[in-house]
Design a protein around this ligand. Sequence first.
Ligand SMILES: Nc1ncnc2c1ncn2[C@@H]1O[C@H](COP(=O)(O)OP(=O)(O)OP(=O)(O)O)[C@@H](O)[C@H]1O
Ligand SMILES: [Mg+2]
Length: 296
Amino acid sequence: MADPERQHRFRREAPNRAATTPKRPQPGGGVGTPVLEFRGVSKVYEGGDVALDQATFAVDRGEFVFLVGHTGSGKSTVMRLLIRELEPSAGGIRVAGRDLAEIGRRKVPYYRRNIGVVWQDFKLLPNRTVYDNVAYALQVTGGSRRQIRDKVPDILRLTGLATKLHNYPDQLSGGEQQRVSIARAFVNHPPLLLCDEPTGNLDPETSIGIMQLLYRINRTGTTVLVATHDHAMVDKMRRRVIELSEGRIVRDEAAGLYARDETTREFAARMRGAVADPDLDPAAPRTRPRAPDRPR
Ligand SMILES: Nc1ncnc2c1ncn2[C@@H]1O[C@H](COP(=O)(O)OP(=O)(O)OP(=O)(O)O)[C@@H](O)[C@H]1O
Ligand SMILES: [Mg+2]
């Protein structure tokens, strides 16, 4: 498979470089520009529901960030604003330095090619096989037959679906269906992956597998933003957490001290509690820095 890092359109820096403190935005869209930036963003729906209230935050390239908060706190609204399904009532949103307000309606589909989206309910095409669900995502963005032949098997291997190519969605478990939707979201190697409750319908063990996959994707350099209710998962992942409450950001902190350079295998073992967590047990061996994972 071609090196996905070279295909990233937003990314210019090493993966996971900025896993803790986001850099200040810099003018001009150069190196150091956050992948996404909300400045004083409010969203009031018709009927008066205030979904976001002056939210300000920035996410750097290569970060893995959780968006948490009670139901109705505004998480999905953030996602929908980012794919320009909604427009803010006030404030500004930039993605890769680009002001979303300046993207004309007809340009929105092109803008969205830079963003992979994963939903809680998978949103797969029920009458198409696993292979065709993923191939379709390339077709609609103008992928050639050759690109489809090259890329689809690779992404299905990466997501652990190589033996399920010919299955239809209703012949898959929930975890497998979510893997298909991640494969579909990532087949174009977007620099930004948004996941809205990706494990909301899955059991804890399956959820770990999905998080392991998202972590692997993050290690190729893609910035990942995950909205979730799953506190246990967030605590174990030890990544940056942005918390919303009634549309306001009430917490934005790096989870700190996590083993940033662990491989996806070490990550999964820690998530399952199979190895001691060095941050909880100082006697446990720390992971050594390693090169980023290559997709398998
Ligand atoms: N289309 C809509 N029209 C009117 N109000 C809406 C609409 N969508 C969301 N809201 C309101 O905006 C607020 C934020 O909703 P949002 O869906 O962003 O929350 P959430 O954090 O994703 O919740 P959940 O965890 O339940 O998915 C809620 O009060 C909700 O009722
Ligand atoms: Mg939601």
